[in-house]
Design a protein around this ligand. Structure first.
Ligand code: ACM
Ligand code: ZN
Length: 538
């Protein structure tokens, strides 16, 4: 059924719109087949059955009961094993190699959500939840249906920058809830940057004691006027809080990919440890935005020791297979003039050729970080600049400066996550007329443009295309100072990226997506999220 067909079905049915389910959700499932027959009707007190002895499935049942109560007021009861009163049965064993695959079947006997794994069941629950109307009702009427669904991409990411502006543990959890609602399974957490170090490192308590705080913040877009107000003191995540967030995300089948951005974007660390910079400082935590010339010295052995110590603590807190080491926007001016950097380049036999000596130094630092991660059973992700001096052997590339970095990496048989500024930077304006918009970094990225993203470039061969493992949206927060502004920038563009990440291209249709949006917006409202309505601009 299309969105329009759904409304017609409601109009023709005996029940009111209030309680009738519509399966036209976002992201669109791969196959939705209506089945003839009367609706299956769900009322308070009926059971959500889950298999005995499976903690994850118990939690899945609790999620579903909580969602239905939140949306319709109807309270179901999680029951393990069997129930004569079953409204929904959650089960495993779907024969599909994709762990996130699920089927939903609604017939006269009830609703079954069967997953290839617990995560598949969870995505079935998210789909069912979005199909249920957001309205108080005594009965929910489920039209009979067979839904068969699985994601297009294995990596479906959303990034949040908590350095430029700090966001609380509660908001990070709210952000994770949003990812779950949109079937996104990787939370890329940007933890450190020039303007504030926000990850507790027990070996270096100064990093958060001093490096989290800037003396003031520039007003507007680097106007040279400053607000005179200290920002960020005490604003960091303890390792315990990080673990709490990892556990919260894991319950929602979301992996947390932490990022320590290096060797550039390191002013906050340099302000604490000036000996790690080429000039020796003094340095201060960034007070304005952009790219700074002062970066970690590539020729100082203490730099590598620092990196290994920080990454060593990071991997104890974050179980993620992928660890992000940044690698973006690292100017080379200091390295060119630094005796230590130049001596290191000589020692390593670097000569200018395909890559400059300094680009090779950048690769050297990143490869050392990768070596450490690989030795500890992890793999590295870097922004596409990590291609410049030669890619580290097992690196995954996040292509942000367009698609070409991703194309090059795929040709070199490296995994790629597409996140080009043109489609994925949610810090850009979403309205053409910016007069009434909150100040943003610039750009113009309306929902429709996000929706247009095709992460797999047609210039790649079929074999190379397999290296594109997913896509990601990014929320950089230089200009985003509050949770409500963050939500406004995320929604509903996150809905558009979710359909890019999840749904096969032949199932995508922007007009239909727009028609499905108001239902999801009702849910945003119920959940208390601030969202933009520019998708309906004429
Ligand atoms: C980036 O936007 N600097 C990755
Ligand atoms: Zn140096």
């Amino acid at each position: 059924m299309t969105a329009a067909a759904c409304l017609v079905a409601v109009a023709l049915s005996a029940q009111s719109d209030e309680g009738t389910v519509c399966y036209n959700v976002i992201p669109a499932p791969q196959a939705v087949a209506p089945v003839q027959g009367a609706t299956f009707d769900v009322r308070a007190g009926m059971a959500v059955v889950y298999p005995k002895g499976n903690e994850k499935m118990r939690r899945n049942a609790e999620f579903l009961t909580a969602y239905l109560k939140e949306q319709s007021g109807i309270e179901l009861v999680p029951v393990k094993g069997k129930s004569a009163q079953a409204a929904v049965t959650l089960s495993l064993g779907l024969d599909n190699p994709n762990p996130d695959a699920y089927m939903i079947s609604v017939n006269g006997d009830g609703i079954v959500i069967q997953g290839a794994s617990e995560s598949g069941v969870f995505y079935g629950i998210q789909t069912l939840r979005k199909a249920v109307p957001v309205a108080a009702t005594g009965t929910i009427y489920f039209p009979r249906v067979l839904i068969a669904d699985q994601p297009r991409f294995a990596y479906r990411g959303g990034m949040l920058d908590t350095s430029r502006h700090f966001f609380s543990v509660d908001f990070v959890k709210k952000y994770i809830d949003l990812l779950a609602l949109h079937h996104i399974n990787n939370f890329h957490w940007h933890l450190t940057d020039d303007q504030g170090w926000r990850f507790e490192v027990k070996a270096y308590p100064e990093l958060t004691a001093k490096g989290a705080k800037r003396t003031e913040t520039v007003i507007g877009r680097n106007t040279r006027k400053f607000d005179g107000t200290p920002y960020g003191e005490g604003c960091y995540f303890t390792q315990e809080q990080c673990k709490e967030i990892v556990a919260y995300a894991a319950e929602r089948y979301i992996n947390v990919v932490p990022e320590i951005d290096m060797p550039g974007h390191m002013l906050a660390a340099l302000s604490v440890f000036p000996h790690l910079g080429c000039t020796g400082g003094p340095y201060e935590v960034g007070r304005q935005w952009g790219v700074f010339d002062d970066v970690l010295c590539a020729g100082n052995p203490a730099t590598l020791e620092f990196i290994r110590t920080v990454l060593g603590e990071l991997i104890k807190v974050f179980p993620s297979h992928y660890i992000h080491v940044g690698g973006d926007e690292c100017p080379k001016v200091r390295w060119k003039a630094c005796a230590k950097c130049q001596a290191k380049a000589q020692e390593l036999g670097f000569v200018a050729g395909e890559h400059s000596v300094e680009d090779q130094l950048q690769s050297y630092v990143i490869r050392e970080a990768e070596k450490f991660l690989n030795a500890n059973g992890r793999d590295m992700i870097g922004w596409d600049e990590t291609l410049e001096g030669g890619l580290a052997p097992n690196a995954t590339v996040m292509s942000w400066r367009g698609f070409s970095g991703g194309v090059e990496a795929a040709r070199q048989h490296h995994s790629v996550i597409m996140t080009p500024t043109s489609h994925c930077y949610f810090d850009y304006y979403q309205a053409w007329n910016t007069e009434n918009e909150p100040l943003a970094i610039g750009g113009y990225l309306p929902v429709g443009k996000v929706y247009e993203l095709e992460p797999v470039p047609s210039s790649l061969t079929d074999k190379e295309k397999e290296y594109i493992i997913g896509a990601q949206c990014n929320l950089w927060t230089e200009y985003i100072t509050s949770p409500s502004q963050a939500e406004y920038m995320l929604l509903p563009r996150m809905a558009a990226i979710s359909e890019v990440q999840w749904t096969q291209p032949d199932r995508k249709n922007y007009e239909d997506f727009r028609a499905r949006m108001p239902r999801l917006m009702k849910l945003y409202e119920r959940l208390g999220y601030n969202y933009s309505r520019h998708i309906f601009d004429k």
